[in-house]
Write a protein that binds this ligand. Structure first.
Ligand SMILES: Nc1ncnc2c1ncn2[C@@H]1O[C@H](COP(=O)(O)OP(=O)(O)OP(=O)(O)O)[C@@H](O)[C@H]1O
Ligand SMILES: [Mg+2]
Length: 497
């Protein structure tokens, strides 16, 4: 038996004259995990969409189980056991979890769908993988992490021989990542071969047998994971581009004396209890804690999308009432949400129009939108955040996942809030751009604004925060000043409660 279940050779692809894959080779050994890593827009998702029949290649050959194939649709690829967990979630929010899992693959009793049988069989395979999701819940009521688990469950509900996972962990907490890795190990034992795409070096070295690096549409290396180190991979991913360190930069402008925001005895729904802290002008304050510790709930409450039960919020020493998002925006507070694709963008609109959605105020001249000003702001964002795109008039869903994330961050920054709330600002963003985004946030604070950042990546908090509030089970249990944030272990230890 051939040791390779899949070989792709000399794959070429262009979109309207823009070459995104150039003679790329990729092969996958039976029962192994082969990781693909590379910058935002390097071509990872495109290569896998060619494999699974979603895009057609311009050149090259694809062989599955020793036979040359050329799938015309995802359905064709499914028929020979290929499945993909998509980076842009493919589940439908208005349907329940079970309905999503069996969408287009319904179990029938006569001409009717057999809900009971679908639910039973969903439950039995979810149990087998140790996934616990409320099956009858509408997907729109679930958090991003759960949506990702539904997406994974959907791919697992039908037998797969080759499973492609495109950034499956971007919204998962550590314990859910552990669960996913157990699932992957089980699947390997059953002989399933897996392609794993991620920006996390740690994950890649832990779970994969082989690693391929792509850069700007070109194959750079393929190597056994055991022979690679994190810094070696980073070198391949970045090439000659300038390396930005993740180290904390002492503030060039001192942190101001005035408080941008002061929060006193905040209670949010039943999830946050009696939390108090403040953010000064020019200061970046981090919220650290495990999944469910109340981090996201605090920033969502400040943005008016969760109910504040009790407590006082003052902006520049004046008490404000936050009943909805409008109240927050008027007070100069804005949130870059964790789930940027669901809440932050209109995918079929152009890049320029997506920046416009929040910018009316700044680009209006009389009743008309000042097109020139808007174009100029969009071009600026592309430059500042290094967004990889062929122009400002292309629909946002043609950008790579990470570049879509950058557009959301750009649009909020251009609104110049006094208090910027960021929930997992670098999830899905490549290693090169992570440093850039941290620098942009620092520069933004240095203009005298306040920043609150939620992140499950401790290294990111260490690199950027002047102070860290540690939360556990909805309560503040510790506050670490810069001098105490000396290393990641201190924080790692503190968040355990
Ligand atoms: N349907 C499309 N039309 C036009 N251009 C596209 C389309 N899909 C992808 N591209 C372009 O192809 C390039 C590669 O995108 P791809 O999504 O494969 O990147 P990626 O490596 O998956 O990045 P990320 O890490 O951000 O997900 C990008 O420049 C992107 O804008
Ligand atoms: Mg991608």
């Amino acid at each position: 038996m051939n040791e390779f279940v899949l070989t792709m050779q000399g794959i070429d692809k262009q979109f309207s004259g823009n070459k995104v894959l150039d003679q790329v080779d990729f092969s996958l050994r039976r029962g192994e995990v082969h990781a693909i890593i590379g910058g935002n827009g390097a071509g990872k998702s495109t290569l896998m969409k060619i494999l699974t029949g979603i895009y057609r290649k311009d050149g090259g050959t694809v062989t599955v189980n020793g036979e040359e194939v050329d799938f015309a649709s995802y359905r064709d690829a499914n028929a020979v056991g290929l499945r993909m967990i998509f980076q842009e979630l493919s589940i439908i929010p208005t349907l329940t979890v079970v309905e999503n899992i069996y969408l287009n693959n319904e179990k029938k009793k006569g001409i009717f769908t057999d809900d009971k049988r679908m639910e039973e069989s969903a439950k039995s395979f979810l149990d087998r993988f140790g996934i616990d999701i409320p099956l009858r819940e509408k997907v729109s009521n679930l958090s991003v992490g759960y949506c990702q688990l539904v997406e994974i469950a959907k791919a697992l509900s039908q037998e797969a021989k080759i499973l492609v996972m495109d950034e499956p962990t971007a919204s998962l907490s550590d314990s859910e990542v552990t669960l996913l890795f157990n699932i992957i190990r089980n699947l390997k034992q059953e002989g399933v071969s897996i392609v794993y795409i991620s920006h996390s070096m740690n994950e890649i070295l832990e779970i994969s047998d082989e690693v391929t690096v792509l850069r700007d549409g070109k194959h750079i290396i393929t190597e056994r994971a055991s022979k690679l180190t994190i810094s070696g991979i980073i070198d391949h991913v970045l090439g000659d581009t300038e390396k930005r360190s993740f180290a904390y930069h002492a503030r060039k402008t001192p942190i101001g004396e005035n408080k941008v925001v002061e929060i006193e005895a905040l209670h949010v729904e039943h999830l946050v209890k009696d939390v108090s802290f403040h953010v000064n002008e020019g200061e970046i304050v981090g919220l650290a804690g495990l999944m469910g510790s109340g981090r996201t709930e605090i920033v969502e409450a400040l943005f008016g999308i969760r109910n504040i039960k009790n407590g006082v919020v003052r902006m520049n020493d004046k008490e404000i009432k936050i009943r909805n998002t409008k109240d927050s925006v008027c007070a100069g507070i804005m949130l870059v949400p964790e789930d940027r694709r669901r809440e932050g963008l209109i995918l079929s609109h152009t890049l320029k129009d997506n920046i416009l959605i929040t910018l009316f105020g700044k680009t209006k001249r009389g009743p008309f939108i000042n097109e020139r000003k808007l174009s100029q702001l969009s071009e600026e964002s592309i430059r500042d955040l290094n967004i990889k795109t062929t122009g400002i008039s292309i629909p946002i869903n043609r950008l790579s996942g990470g570049n879509q994330q950058k557009v959301v961050i750009a649009k909020w920054l251009k609104n110049k809030p006094k208090l910027l709330l960021l929930d997992e600002p670098t999830a899905g963003i490549d290693i090169g751009a992570k440093g850039e985004i941290i620098e942009i946030i620092e520069a933004y604070a240095a203009e005298g604004n306040g920043v609150i950042v939620v992140s499950s990546e401790i290294s990111e908090l260490v690199a950027m925060c002047d102070r860290i509030i540690v939360l556990y089970d909805g309560r503040k249990i510790k506050e670490l000043g810069r001098a105490e944030i000396e290393n990641e272990e201190v924080i790692q230890h503190a968040i355990q409660g």
